[in-house]
Design a protein around this ligand. Structure first.
Ligand SMILES: NC(=O)c1ccc[n+]([C@@H]2O[C@H](COP(=O)([O-])OP(=O)(O)OC[C@H]3O[C@@H](n4cnc5c(N)ncnc54)[C@H](OP(=O)(O)O)[C@@H]3O)[C@@H](O)[C@H]2O)c1
Length: 274
């Protein structure tokens, strides 16, 4: 299998472009799922305090036999902990649960603009980055106006903006904004939580390339330049979601996928949460 490409972040660190998401994997099953993913060849795992499975992620990394430095791990502070001191406490707890000395990427999970604490939260992330405990820092679910505010009120451009992104919601405005400022766009729910996989256009493209609809969508994400973190608990799907380097979508395929845009979200609009 071809190796996973790495993207360079605006702080000089690099991130494997295809990673493994663990949202909704119960803590008791997480270590096994992470071991299966690492054995399949993933080198990047996306968790969060909210997923309540950070201990399983750390355990899976240790059980894999890989050196800690070979696996890129992301975690996030949940929006109810936004704020300077509460974010520092949440970060310490994530490190403790993971059993790590450093986190590769630490994100603000949601801006939660009504509670208006994301700028203070960002200052806490700058601090743990300056202390060397988070190698890179970024945000999730930030609209461009939230990013504009961080740019006005802080000196650090986020390394990553992780947003809901799939063919129904290709996030062109966010992608263009991020690209212009050196922010890597990362796609969460890249398969629209599996709901998009029955789409007839994706079935046609899957037949054309002799792959599955999920492989078509993951390949599309990579060709857009996104980091992509599909989740699965099936060892077979964990492996097949990584097997996306043996075909290329052509301009006609990309146009067919672009026509699927509907604006449909599987999660909340970030301005409506918190
Ligand atoms: N920042 C945020 O706010 C945020 C929000 C949501 C998610 N995330 C991150 O993004 C990751 C991915 O998003 P997600 O878990 O919501 O959804 P997703 O990756 O879009 O889809 C996962 C669903 O698709 C199914 N699936 C996976 N591969 C498949 C395949 N090859 N064929 C058929 N079905 C397949 C999975 O079922 P099986 O497990 O049975 O295979 C699961 O039900 C999360 O795990 C999390 O790390 C971040």
């Amino acid at each position: 299998m071809a190796s996973i490409p790495e993207l360079t972040l605006n702080d000089g660190n690099s991130i494997p472009q295809l990673g493994f998401g663990v949202y909704k994997i119960p803590e008791a099953e997480t270590a096994d799922a992470v071991v299966a993913a690492l054995e399949a060849g993933y080198r990047h795992v996306d968790t969060a305090a909210f997923y309540a499975n950070e201990h399983g992620v750390g355990e899976g990394v240790r059980r894999s036999g890989l050196d800690r430095s070979e696996v890129f791990v992301t975690s996030k502070v949940w929006w109810t902990d936004n704020g300077y001191d509460s974010t520092l406490r949440s970060f310490d707890r994530s490190l403790e649960l993971l059993g790590f000395d450093t986190i590769d990427l630490f994100l603000i999970h949601w801006p939660a603009p009504k509670s208006d604490r994301y700028v203070e939260t960002w200052r806490a992330l700058e601090r743990v980055r300056d202390e060397g405990r988070a190698r890179s820092i970024g945000v999730a679910n930030f609209h461009t106006h939230h990013l504009d505010r961080l740019a006005r009120e802080s000196g650090t451009v986020p390394a990553v903006n992780q947003v809901e992104l799939h063919p129904w919601l290709p996030q062109e405005e966010v992608r263009a904004y991020d690209a212009a400022r050196g922010i890597v766009t990362e796609a969460w729910s890249p398969l629209a939580r599996g709901r998009i996989l029955g789409d007839p256009t994706l079935a046609r493209l899957a037949d054309k390339h002799g792959v599955t609809p999920a492989q078509v969508v993951i390949r599309w994400q990579l060709q857009l330049g996104n980091v992509v973190i599909p989740k699965s608990t099936s060892p077979e799907r964990i492996r097949s979601n990584l097997d996306v380097f043996g075909f290329v979508l052509d301009a006609e395929d990309l146009a067919a996928i672009a026509a699927l845009e509907s604006g449909e979200r599987t999660g909340k609009d970030p301005d409506d949460l918190g």
